[in-house]
Design a protein around this ligand. Sequence first.
Ligand code: DUC
Ligand code: ZN
Ligand code: ZN
Length: 468
Amino acid sequence: MGRTLITGGLVVTAADELEADVLVEDGTVAALALRGGDTARSWAESGAEVIDAAGHYVIPGGVDAHTHMELPFGGTFASDTFETGTRAAAWGGTTTIIDFAVQSPGRPVRAGVDAWMAKAEGNCAIDYGFHAILSDVNESSLKEMDALVDEGITSFKMFMAYPGVFYSDDGQILRAMQRGAANGALTMMHAENGIAIDVLVEQALAAGRTDPRYHGEVRKALLESEATHRAIQLARVAGAPLYVVHVSAGEAVQELARARDMGLNVFGETCPQYLFLSADDLARPGFEGAKYVCSTPLRPEEHQELLWRALRTNDLSVVSTDHCPFCFTGQKELGRGDFSKIPNGLPGVENRMDLLHQAVVDGHIDRRRWIELACATPARMFGLYPRKGTIAPGADADIVVYDPNAEHVISAQTHHMNVDYSAYEGRRVTGRARTVLSRGRVVVDGGEYLGAAGHGRYLSRGTCQYLI
Ligand code: DUC
Ligand code: ZN
Ligand code: ZN
């Protein structure tokens, strides 16, 4: 693969901002040299291929720790395959995804992992790893966790929602957390009280409240914060770490903040949709609101400021997408006349880096925090750092030359995700990935896709690197 020199840019990592040149050799970062010195000059004269990054940021590739390619859900399948979804991720400056392999009830966890490995193998444009979803916690699936952790699947998601589908009861959750406390696994939690939500769904439908906006009304913030509180207490009893996914309610953030103030190994993730969209989108006229149905649901706008604050204080420490796209035509439409049948999920894997850069432009976070939330912390949280999530000697050369001044308008007409609408249609943002390298290979450059399905490799992960 040879040598590449990325020169003239501002290198931004979670830790530093340096006017430096980056030397890439055989797919990894060989060295950084402050600009103007003899080292940088000698590299430039050594015949390396040169990428000019003047006027640009040089940042680590994004790490999206929460995606669902090809997920079977809500009577259909998420519309991005591993091929289309990872290609779209690369376009948006994300070079690693961690997707969820699903255990089917009555089947081994391993069978789900094998099935997801087979879907991804040979199809990904960028590197990928897996969490496992536990849908059937029993003696044998608990035993399986140990071997999976040893093999690099070190995080397990459970659901306090969706009775009869993915749901685990408190006893199952406690047992899985106890196992995690012993084997090093990180429990990821969908924290919503699904038993109570199902009662409210039934009542809403019986009263003729069938529109998409009722999806948000029945999935109450209090039922998110109650479940978050319960998950935290169960984790304390088990002595286990906890990572709460897709946090959307200010009340749930308060639960996380209290736990973190106690010094517990409790972490929270939110997603761009909760920062940039709101319950007003769910209430769009006609059936348009279906495009915005996801769980946890979009909240009234006043929650956004609480989420931004928590991202600054680290009570929320990761922004992932929960990319789970369903086309409006033929998929979201399954729920016409019954909001509970609208497949839950939003597209976004291509938009996350730009939306978070917009948050820098808007003054919600600073540049290093952008990289921390989108690259470094997810890599550390899920055992991939410093191979992923930073630019440092020895790291994989997953690098984005990012133009902080490029203005563009997000649209389904121009995005690369395999979905017929954009949740951010018409939104103008400043900043865009110009050149994207995955392990030293240029996969996107100046509006051209140069990657290939099968370039992406499976990542066996270590355990969470935040635990003490
Ligand atoms: N939770 C997720 O994390 N993704 C899709 C749907 C859901 O409920
Ligand atoms: Zn979930
Ligand atoms: Zn998800």
